[in-house]
Design a protein around this ligand. Sequence first.
Ligand SMILES: [Zn+2]
Length: 297
Amino acid sequence: MSKKFLCMDVGGTNTRVGIVNDEFTVLGSAIEPTKQLAAKGIGIGFADLVLKWAALAEAEGDELSRVVIGVPATVDAARRRVLQAPNVEGLSGLALADQVEEMTGIPTTVEKDVNLLILSDIHSLGIDPASSVTGVYFGTGIGNALYLGGQVWHGAHGSAGELGHVPMLGRTETCGCGNPGCLECFGGGHHLASVCTEYFPEVPIGEAFVRLSNEPQVIEVLEAMAIAVAAEANILDPDEVIIGGGLPLMKGFDRDAFAERVRTHLRKPFPAETLTLRYSQQGQLSGLVGGAICATM
Ligand SMILES: [Zn+2]
């Protein structure tokens, strides 16, 4: 009989939850407002949700063999405790896996959301699972996942892949993390939105790449994004680079021009000669699919 996993994709506003089998097919899913789950304490809310879905599975004669919770946060190397979650109240410092396991009796893993996203992307893009892949996801900030030699690289403390917090020479703007001059202060959606508000109030952010791509402030955003991708590729020389997140999906984002911009900063001859940028096929259920892949690793 195939194994079934309960996967959760936690966001600041909504949490997606669903049962996924070991062929990575989502068998059923739902959306719950995260704030509502956190009403009695977020760990208790998640555990109650697991118990509810476990009962549904049991009614169908199924058993959940693992729970995987993807969080927009840094997670410790053992993937049990959330380290810092800027967008979800009550999650920072929580021993989430222990709490859910104790209350449900089901083995539980907590993982950084982009680490689940890269697993889903490697699967859906048909990339060899034994290869080395970097994922750079441009949303509000810069999400980053490292998949090296067939596994997600977490670092000594779980803090690997914080590409958005690489410091930029000579810049002093304070990042959301508290440090001065981080890359994501310039290469993320939050900054692009500020550029539109400050310099081009008549242009909605969704039109920025269509109407403003020759403006120096927007060129700087694209350049910071390209530097992020190129810097990591120069360090790791990966087989594949996956680009994702909301920014590259915006109207007017020129993939060829972006590839050229990245190539300018790549070391020659390698990785410059062989590196192609792949684009994430992310969808609403990618986090859940990635959760199931994580559960089988
Ligand atoms: Zn930072």
